[in-house]
Write a protein that binds this ligand. Structure first.
Ligand code: GLC
Length: 742
């Protein structure tokens, strides 16, 4: 660094005493720095470019070098490892005029190199402590590799499993998704962004990206403000309340206005109502996309719409980079708005401690010690165990197949996901270390070392080929037990991976039917990034384990569950439709004026499929049996200042110790607008030994009854309420109370 620059920065540091990290000092430091910055350097801080990372290792495209050194690119994403990021950081600090450090962002969605279950799977644990720990450990590993900003948590509610990005979210319920969003923000940020083991979180995609028409990614989103506020905004609000540092705008339009230029979202809701004071970044080129949306005349106009709506940083679009200076000169944007956005970016870098030490995330020894450490691999097992869901466990020729406690002599392991590492990561695999992934085959061989395991590919996860069928049928015929490992590969869910038919892809259903014809006992392990319409499987296969995409420890966990080493406890956070035609289908539905009545033709139903889903929200089996009894409320009337205490007895009548997620739902029977037949308002995960009984307690207060009423006020209304407590949203005990506000 030239002496002049060093003096400048040192002076700024001394003035502000940045290492003191005291709030008043931050403003002084930022003011002082901004006074030195040119307009180009300010726009550079609002610019985020992807790195020139290549799979053969660190490489720098010259254009980044030029932009980083000129100060016209102040932030980089998709760059990682200490080696690569140090090279970039040294350019920014030593060669740019003011030496402002770079921020390094990456999609650490469910792990960096050690991969945890996809978010939709981990949400099935209903365990916010485990989820928080996953985020904390992912941050520990990613920050050791030079990263300090993750584009997570994705908090998009969705009721449409055709949409591939349900894999990244926490399902259909706003109450559970809000708790999970907060757990992830805590995990990544830990109330201390200054630490070199925490990273800035980014809640996304603001907002309502999970409701694209027809489940087709990036498609139009249109909904009432009430639905937006009741269903889609709560997890974002929860993340803001938890102190999330950044927000990412969504690709979609919302009611005619693209989210990236939407003042209602970015100003009224985010800044004014929620008092968010962090930084807003766009999604990948989403400013540019306001042109094809038909909302901006050209890219310069798009940039003006974005900045004036409150977007601080432009991801990869180079719109601010190319046009903001002209927009300012033409009076289309104001310098005060540019300054505010620059302040938001510099404030985050200050909070991350980057001005104190730009190289604090760039320690090769720490990288060596932490990345892929045992601590992470141990937790990957714990998280995956709690995420796996037992969907069916019925008898085959007189006895239940699961758990398989005695080693079978011959196992036929059949399917494209049987001995497959890379697809076990699921979508958004970041920098997954594929070599360390335990396959289903690997897990079963460890679990049953004396069994003869014949592994057969059978067919691909896509396409029409059936060349492996004969081999699969022969292996099944010669086996004592068949284990199917079928589902989706990692590209069949996630971004730009919507599917119009969400059955098993490729020829896997035909493969399953062909193997089923052998009459052999079959355990079906399904790995996917979404609910699949496995209706035929449910009708014909006695044992079904839904393993989602579980990450690094996949094979260990599947073997643990099959053998009974681990008693599964996962509960679905998305409703499983019987067929694609039922979509959207979800538990917190309205009753309608003609609720289904099998004795009355003119009621709400289909001619060709039941109304009920294949598996309801909150569903998941155990090797234990849980009996619910004696649902009690300590009073029948709730008034403004009081609360109702709910209790229910739960007994483990099975032969295995097991965990159960006891769920509490409410129904507001009459409202100034119609209300859902159920809404999740509480849950508790308990563990019971065989024969053990426990009384589980919940509290209901008027806050739990609030909703957006006919006047769009968030309030509770007098009236009759039902209380439901049970093992899932469909299998419940029921009671009731009256709410009298005054
Ligand atoms: C992608 C995704 C977003 C991600 C970003 C950076 O298009 O929509 O979730 O964080 O670009 O990779």
């Amino acid at each position: 660094m030239k002496l002049k620059h060093y003096v400048l920065i040192s002076l700024a540091l001394i003035i502000s005493g940045v290492s003191a990290q005291k709030p008043g000092k931050k403003e002084a430091f930022i003011d002082s720095l901004m006074n030195k910055m040119t307009l180009e350097e300010k726009i550079g801080q609002l610019t985020l470019f992807t790195s020139g990372w290549t799979t053969t290792g660190p490489s720098l495209k010259d254009d980044y070098k030029k932009d980083v050194i000129s100060g016209r690119c102040g932030n980089i994403f998709n760059a990682h490892t200490v080696e690569y990021n140090r090279e970039l950081q040294e350019m920014a600090v030593n060669e740019s005029r003011l030496g402002i450090p770079l921020m390094f962002g990456y999609d650490v969605i469910h792990g960096y190199k050690t991969i945890f279950p996809i978010p939709l799977a981990e949400a099935c644990s209903w365990d916010t402590e485990i989820i928080e720990k996953s985020a904390r450990l992912a941050a520990k590993e990613a920050t050791a590799a030079g990263l300090n900003w993750t584009f997570n948590p994705m908090v998009d509610i969705s009721r449409d499993p055709r949409w591939g990005r349900v894999a990244e979210g926490a399902g259909e319920d706003p109450y559970l998704a809000s708790l999970i969003a907060q757990a992830k923000v805590r995990g990544y940020q830990q109330d201390n962004l200054f630490s070199s083991q925490t990273m800035a979180a980014c809640m996304k995609h603001f907002a309502a990206y999970g409701a694209p028409e027809a489940g087709r990614d990036y498609n139009t989103v249109n909904m009432s403000e009430r639905r937006l506020r009741e269903l889609f905004l709560p997890p974002f609000k929860a993340a803001v309340d938890e102190g999330v540092a950044t927000v990412m705008t969504a690709f979609n339009e919302l009611n005619g206005i693209p989210a990236t230029g939407n003042e209602f979202l970015l100003k009224k809701i985010l800044r004014e109502e929620w008092d968010f004071d962090g930084m807003v970044v766009t999604d990948y080129t989403s400013i540019n996309e306001m042109v094809p949306h038909g909302y901006a005349r050209d890219e310069q106009h798009a940039g003006e719409l974005a900045l004036n709506a409150g977007v601080d940083m432009d991801m990869q679009g180079a719109v601010y980079y190319n046009h903001l200076k002209n927009s300012l000169e033409e009076g289309k944007v104001r310098m005060e708005n540019i300054n505010q956005s620059v302040r938001n970016v510099l404030s985050l870098k200050y909070d991350l401690g980057l001005f104190d030490d730009p190289y604090k995330y760039l320690d090769e020894e720490k990288e060596e010690e932490i990345v892929l450490s045992d601590e992470l691999k141990k937790h990957a097992l714990v998280s995956a165990r709690e995420s796996i869901v037992l969907l069916k466990n019925e008898k085959h020729k007189g006895s239940k197949l699961l758990p398989v406690k005695e080693t079978p002599e011959k196992i036929a392991l059949i399917g494209p996901l049987a001995h497959n590492r890379k697809d076990m990561t699921g979508t958004w695999w970041a920098s997954a270390d594929t070599a360390s992934i335990v396959t289903v085959k690997g897990g079963l061989e460890k679990q049953y070392p004396d069994a003869k395991i014949t592994t057969v590919f059978g067919c691909s996860t896509k396409g029409t080929g059936r060349e492996g069928f004969d081999e699969a049928i022969t292996a099944a015929e010669n086996a004592d037990l068949v284990i199917m490992a079928i589902g989706e590969n990692r590209l069949q869910s996630g971004e730009a991976a919507s599917r119009s038919d969400i059955d098993l892809p490729g020829q896997q259903k035909a493969l399953l039917k062909a193997v089923h014809k052998t009459g052999k006992p079959i355990i079906s392990v399904v790995m996917a990034g979404r609910p699949l319409t496995i209706t035929w499987m449910d009708e014909n296969i006695p044992a079904i384990i839904y393993a989602w995409h579980l990450g690094t420890r996949t094979g260990d966990v599947i073997a643990d569950v099959i053998s009974g080493e681990y008693n599964p406890s996962g509960k679905l956070v998305m409703t499983f439709p019987r067929n694609t035609g039922q979509i959207p289908i979800y538990y917190n539905a309205k009753n309608t004026g003609r609720p289904f009545d099998e004795d009355n033709k003119y009621t709400s139903k289909y001619l060709d499929v039941a109304n009920e889903p294949l598996y309801p929200f909150g569903y998941g089996l155990s090797y234990s049996e849980f009996e619910y009894a004696n649902l009690k409320l300590d009073k029948k009337q709730l008034d403004l200042g009081s609360e109702i205490h709910v209790s229910v007895e739960v007994e483990n009548t099975g032969e295995y110790t097991g965990q159960e997620v006891v769920q509490l739902y409410l129904r507001d029977e009459v409202g100034s607008v119609t209300r859902p037949v159920k809404e999740l308002k509480g849950f508790e995960k308990i563990s019971l030994k065989p024969g053990e009984q426990r009384t589980v307690h919940f509290t209901i207060d008027p806050e739990d009854l609030k909703f957006w009423n006919a006047d769009m006020k968030y309030t509770a209304e007098d009236g009759r309420f039902k209380v439901f407590v049970g093992t899932n949203s469909a299998n419940v005990l029921e009671s009731k109370f009256e709410y009298v506000a005054q």
